[in-house]
Each structure stands twice: as C-alpha cells, then as structure tokens.
Design a protein around this ligand. Sequence first.
Ligand code: HEM
Length: 389
Amino acid sequence: MEPFDLYSPAIDADPFPAYARLREEYPCYWSDSAQLWILSRYDDISRAAQDWESFSSTGGNLIDELPGRAGATLGTTDPPRHDRLRALSMKAFSRKSVEQLVAPTLELADRALDALLAKKHFEFVEDFSSRITVGLLFRLMGLPARDHNDIRRKVILAVSTDKKAKGRTREHIDAFKSLADFLAAEVAERRKTPTDDLINHLAEAEIDGDRLTEREIVMTTATFVMAGVESLSSFMSVFALNLHDFPDARRAVVADAAMLAPAIEESLRFNTSAQRFKRVLARDVELHAKVMRKGDKVALAYGSGNRDRRKFPNPDVYDIERRPQGHLGFGAGKHFCLGSQMARLATQTAMRRFLERIPDFHLTNGGIAWNSSSNFRSPVALHMAAGKG
Ligand code: HEM
C-alpha cells in the first residue's frame, strides 16, 4: 500500500498520519497512483512555493485541473503576467474594501442565526458558513444575489474529485461549466453597462497593452468565486469543528473575543481547508537524492508543512496561544492567498457573532463525512444543536 494515496477516501477524513510518514520517510515522494511528486516538509514546500521559475503554475494549481483554467487566471500564471493580473485584482481586496465587509458580514450572520435558532437542529455549512461566504463574495464582486445553496453545490462539485476515477467526472466538469456560463453572462452584461466593481475593472484593464480576453476575465472571476466560496466556507466550518473538539479553546474564545484572531491562525495551521496545490516543473530539480524532471507534476502539501515538527514544536497539539508565524495555511510566495485578509476578517466577524448567540454547541450525529477532493479538506455537513449534548 502506498504511504500516501491521494485518491483514498481515508485521506479526506484524516491526512495527518500519512503526512507524518511522508515527512519522516519519504520527504520527496513519487506517488504512482496520482502520478505526481509530493513535498511534505515545511522548508521544502516553502522554498518550492517561492521558486516559481522552477515550480510553475502555468499548468494549473488544481491537482485535477478544470478545462480552460490553466494559463488564464491568477492561480495559473507565472510572473510577469501573474504580477500584473494580481496588481489589478488587489484593488478589490485592499484593506479598505475588505473592512467595508464587516457590516454586511454581521448582517448576514444575524440573519442566518435568526433562522437557524428558530430550528431545533441546524446544519452549520448550509445554514451558516456557505450562506455568509456566498453572500459576501457576491457583494464584493458586484454579482447579483443568487441561491447560495445552488452556488455552493456547483463550487463544491467543481473542486471535487472522483476517487475511483482519479479525477473529475462529467458531473464535476458540468458544474464548473455552468458556473463559468453564469459568470460569462455577467461579464457580457458589464461590457454593455459598465459598473464600478471587480469584474468591470478586469474587463477594462490592460495588461502588456492588451485587454484581458473573455476567457481570462471569466476564469479570473471563477477563481474568486471558487477560492472564496470553497476555501472560506470550508475553513469556517473546520474552525467551528475545532472549537467543538477543543472545548477549552472554545471557552477561552467565548470569554475573550480577542482570542478569536489567534485561534483562527492556529486553525489555519492545524487544518487549513486548502491542503495541497499543484505546480509543474519548468526544469529538473534534485531534492533528497531524487531527481524530479522538467514537466513532472508536484503537489505542495501545505497542510503537511504546517504539522512539521522542524518548524512547529508539538505540531499535533491544537494550541490557540501558539501564534504560529509563517504557517502555510494561505500558501506562500507569489501565489500567497489574495483573500487572506478578507478570510480572516470574515471568519472573525461571523464567528464572534455566532459564539455570542451560541456559546455552546454540540454535533448531533457523531460521524462527519468529508468532501472528496485532491486539493481541499472540508466537512460535507455539520449537524449541530445549541447547548450541551
Ligand atoms: C480561510 C480561507 C482561505 C484559505 C485557507 C485559502 C487558501 C489559499 C491558498 C493556500 C492559496 C495558494 C494557492 C497556490 O499555492 O497555488 C490561495 C490562493 C488564492 N486565494 Fe485563497 N484561501 C482562502 C480564502 C480566500 C478568499 C475569501 C478569497 C477571495 C475571493 C481567496 C482568493 C484566492 C486567490 C485569488 C488566490 C490565487 C492567488 C494567486 O495565485 O496570486 N482565497 N488561497
């Protein structure tokens, strides 16, 4: 049996023991079943993420890439094109525009909490985290409000993997196409009637004297929707689960809201929702006596680097006092998460409100199913009720 089988359902539920084995025994590991290298130690991942000239993103950063993305968007280009695309997008994610999302987050959180507290049981992902993230993302991007369940379902399908087929199925690709079609219609609309929002900035902007193509605008917008909705909603859910699993941490955060920020940082280290991203080698690279060849795929296992004892002492202990510097929960290097400030602020704001109104909660059905994905780790659903179990 492989020490790390990316396509085993067990890896979605708990990748951490297998990561530990890779770090100690196979730090530069060729996976036959996934046909890629896996880097698992903090220093190696961090160095590879900085070295975009060797570890290129132009072949896509999703391990099972989606049609049309490679080479067209932020996560799938290298400098210098990436730098310009990123500078353009940064405008929408400036500290000021992100801070303007606090009031809408509170409003969305209160509305979600009113509805879920009216029920005996609730489902955290559908009733809270995805409702807030889809609402916020769509507002930030100037997209018309949509059924959050429909959007989340499509996004989840688009980033899911069929473990048996070792890749995407028709259903996954169709969900992505339907999302892209909806965004393409929005882009076309902006061309007719320009508005002051992110999509329009992308449509109007010039890079190297050229306008972005329709495909680049749609794929960049789709990246924001997928990264925002999947990573943020999943991370909020994982954070809620950590507060459930570690009641001392929950009590500390409830007693002092200032502890929310360090608790979020520790959860980003302990179990980030964005576990692994892909690069393709632009040249041969030798590491730990293995030669990785130009053209080979490499997975940077951020979630494993965050548990490396060489960087973080007692890495498997969840400690909200840790304040982990340089964790890889948002990646590293040129592709460091563009939405990190927004993700931190939205999680902090939404969860502060959640804990004010529901300081104690429990899971109502013990087992948790995890989404099937080669990049991300997130619970399919978290069935909960307020109060002690
Ligand atoms: C807690 C929630 C989030 C986590 C854990 C997360 C994690 C990550 C990670 C690890 C990367 C690096 C990908 C790589 O190395 O190829 C990344 C990139 C990115 N993230 Fe996030 N993300 C989160 C929320 C968001 C949000 C809310 C947005 C905003 C819409 C966003 C937008 C992006 C974009 C655009 C990139 C690509 C940046 C680039 O390539 O220059 N993320 N994210």
